[in-house]
Design a protein around this ligand. Sequence first.
Ligand SMILES: NC(=O)C1=CN([C@@H]2O[C@H](COP(=O)(O)OP(=O)(O)OC[C@H]3O[C@@H](n4cnc5c(N)ncnc54)[C@H](OP(=O)(O)O)[C@@H]3O)[C@@H](O)[C@H]2O)C=CC1
Ligand SMILES: Nc1c(N[C@@H]2O[C@H](COP(=O)(O)O)[C@@H](O)[C@H]2O)[nH]c(=O)[nH]c1=O
Length: 616
Amino acid sequence: MLAPPAPPPLGVAPARASYPLRPVPSQRRLPAPRAVSAATASHAHDAIFLRRAADVADQSAGLTSPHPNFGCVIARPQLETENLDAWVAGEGFLYAQGTPCAELLAAEQAGEHARGATAYLNLEPGDCYGDSTAVSSLVQAGITRVVVGLRHPLKHLRGKAIQSLRSEGIQVDVVGEDLQSKLFKEALTSCLIVNAPLLYRAAFRVPFSVLKYAMTADGKIAASSGHASWVSGRASRCRVFELRGRSDAVIVGGNTVRRDDPRLTARHVKGHVPVRIVMSQTCNLPEEANLWNVHEAYTIVATQRGARRDFQKKLAMKGVEVVEFDMLNPRDVMSYCYDRGYLSVLWECGGTLSAAAICARVIHKVYAFCAPKIIGGVNAPTPVGELGMNQMTQAIDLIDVSYEQIDRDMLMSGFIQPIPDLSPVIPSVDEIPSVDPEVSPYETNIISFYKTWDTFGAFSNFSPHPIHMPDEKGDCLTWPTVEHYYQAHKFAGVDNLQARDIVKEIKKARSPEEAARIGRTRQREFPELVRLDWESMKIDVMYRALKCKFSSYPHLTEMLLSTAGSVLVESSPHDLFWGGGREGEGLNYLGRLLMQLRSEILGTVRTSAEVATDSA
Ligand SMILES: NC(=O)C1=CN([C@@H]2O[C@H](COP(=O)(O)OP(=O)(O)OC[C@H]3O[C@@H](n4cnc5c(N)ncnc54)[C@H](OP(=O)(O)O)[C@@H]3O)[C@@H](O)[C@H]2O)C=CC1
Ligand SMILES: Nc1c(N[C@@H]2O[C@H](COP(=O)(O)O)[C@@H](O)[C@H]2O)[nH]c(=O)[nH]c1=O
């Protein structure tokens, strides 16, 4: 009899890895890039290997308690072949916190082939507790370039490893900063998705929450009697075990416990077993239930303060933990889970609790299994109860939607809230000292502003603070807002009657919104009237206007200085140059300029005039 093949060492991706949890695109042969320019080809290679690093990182999910997923792929060009699989010298993923890091495993696998090679990391390593193995293994292996998908989302770790690698002379290219081409969009999405729990946790201070339900083709999660076993088929239910294995906790409402007597374990998949949480306001739960068998998995009952104290004691005697809340609601339970360190939570409740969780805005992703059955029944339960909406236009649109057939069922999944990408709006560690030395890149506090009525809305260019600025001839002109000044200066100084008229038209605009509209429209209609140096001068124009605004109004100066030490972000979802973007994908130049101005006022950065005087 043939002996079974030896398992690969923990965290080392087997040559032909079997992915336990979902089909992984990168395990198809890597596509050979089409014939294109050298720069585009190298970007295409980078994007392909980065996606592969994200896929490799995903392999530890569900095998151990959820943690950040790190993957590393070491590749070196083999000139004689376009088969990119042959370029991969080593791969590895972090199996669990405390086990050898992905970089070390990949470097060991690559051996001598790592010398002069590029390492692809889906996520910047988190150099915890002074453990710098990730960085040192790349350095010692002779890696000369590192491509990073995402900076570490945790502020105390962000930028540290990148800085260490650079100080060792390794070229580090970060997507969105050093690598900006469109080719990286998909690779970046893979990097975001593989660590979605970590990103949501860091951004929203709650665990990443997934709502999962199984419904019939007519949208029912049970018959009108409440009977629900089973809506979905066996293969779908096995997928649910995998989802549980990827979660720190599974939540149900009291009614589901009373009706289904569930077990909520990740049986049939090896690895991690989540905590089971029952949310019950009344604590009116059965004396005997599968969930009270804590030998199978740990159980927590979250209830209203004072509810059925005697029964609480009985539960405690069985080893069930009971936690009382002043007001039991999904948000407070999620804050509690956050404090317990959970990264991701799976909601397997009925429509009553799922509606409350959606209303509380704690659900981030939905997995809807749809079985080809019809059960009917006007009172049969549906996946989501009352949300208070009465127009289809109010419906919540899922984003980044995927569809997958599982045997006879269909699984549709999508995000309710965009996956946060925390890196671009925050200036990089290298940039921060020049933007504002008072800001610690590791202790970042973010102050967002956008609409003028926001707490820091006066930072918006639309705020009604007129500025007095000299024109080209030195005459002082009054502009109703910074926005008026900025828009008009796209056309200022252009020796053309029509351009001069546009400047006047913008200056007279009755609101900053109108000024912006005219400026943008005329720029599109008459690109030939826009000053030739506009792209290189627009930051300078904006900075002068901001400086004038903040120095003219003492209360604005005071407000700006009150934010010292914080990163300022204009949270405009539309403007990806001046604003931070909807998902943090913007460059946030307005925030950066305000931070620079704040430093200049505090005297912590030298003005350009001072620099000029010094060098004279
Ligand atoms: N097919 C599927 O995927 C699933 C089907 N089901 C089926 O759904 C039916 C049960 O649905 P449903 O009644 O909606 O059950 P839920 O799981 O939504 O439980 C509702 C209960 O949650 C508790 N709760 C705690 N806090 C809150 C809060 N803030 N807001 C609302 N509820 C809260 C209450 O428990 P208490 O009354 O104890 O205070 C409430 O009665 C069953 O027939 C079950 O078989 C259930 C899950 C999945
Ligand atoms: N009925 C139904 C589901 N119901 C969910 O699964 C729970 C039962 O889990 P367990 O006791 O561990 O098998 C149940 O209480 C409810 O939360 N799930 C599905 O994938 N498909 C189904 O058809």
